[in-house]
Design a protein around this ligand. Sequence first.
Ligand code: PBG
Length: 324
Amino acid sequence: MILQRRNRILRANGAIRSLVAETILTPNDFIVPLFIVEGENVTEEIASMPGYYRYSLDNTVKEVKHLWSLGLKCVLLFVKCKDELKNQYGSEALNSDGLMQRSIKAIKDAVPEMLIMTDVALDPFSSDGHDGVVENGEIINDVTVDILAKMSVSHAQAGADFVAPSDMMDGRIAAIRLALEENNFTKTGIMAYSAKYASCFYGPFRDALDSAPGFGDKKTYQMDYCNRTEAVKEAIMDVEEGADIIMVKPALSYLDIIREVKNAVDLPVSAYNISGEYAMIKAGAKMGWIDENKAILETLTSIKRAGADMIATYFAKDVVKLIS
Ligand code: PBG
């Protein structure tokens, strides 16, 4: 054959492949989710997330120091609330001495440069296991938004750098921004879970925090996975309401959404490589059916290639070791 162009020339060996690689993972790309529980010296493996743990605050601080030493610069905090503290309004979320607020302070004291993002939603604190307040079987938007704004101020007061509302109520970004401004928190960022889909892949996370909905599902507030344009609408609204970072979640079944949102907004886009996505790779690897390290690199690269400027992932420690 006489060909004008042979595409295999640029794939011929490792050196040329690395020269032309368009997407390179670095430790700067990752946000590390952490699950914090009450107690001392607790390290509990999460059954549906093998190799991932819930830590008490003392062990969390040790872990954060370790993460910093690996070059990981951002953590996203989730706390497991004791059953006896849960109620209809998730009041424990506002406790200035609650586990979240104590954790923010302890981590800031120990590793001041570590960027701290905090989850803002009621589900871990709600006796109904929903992200918002439930009245007569319905999730009440405006009452919830008021609590989420107070929760965000409480996290900012404790020292959070970013609050990350993951609840999907309408109008919460504007309300949170206003509350932060009114309380003089002019340096606190908002990472909005703008396009968060009602997904079956959250299952292991709900085990980790014991936060599964007590009834029904989350389809009246989280998005329908049949929809794409709605994600763009949500993202643009959150930009207008004052978000600093726009998130798409989950990641792997939503790579098209990440790209669509990235093209539509002029803010950094993050993606959440969620618990079920972690569990699938772990399970496949345990069976010997897929190569875990290769799967981690391929999936995280695909998320960045889709347009994510940063990725929250339970594989953060693994991937920095793989790329170093
Ligand atoms: C809840 C919240 C969820 C996750 C982050 N924040 C679960 C849910 O919406 O039910 C999921 C993260 C994961 O699965 O890794 N506000």
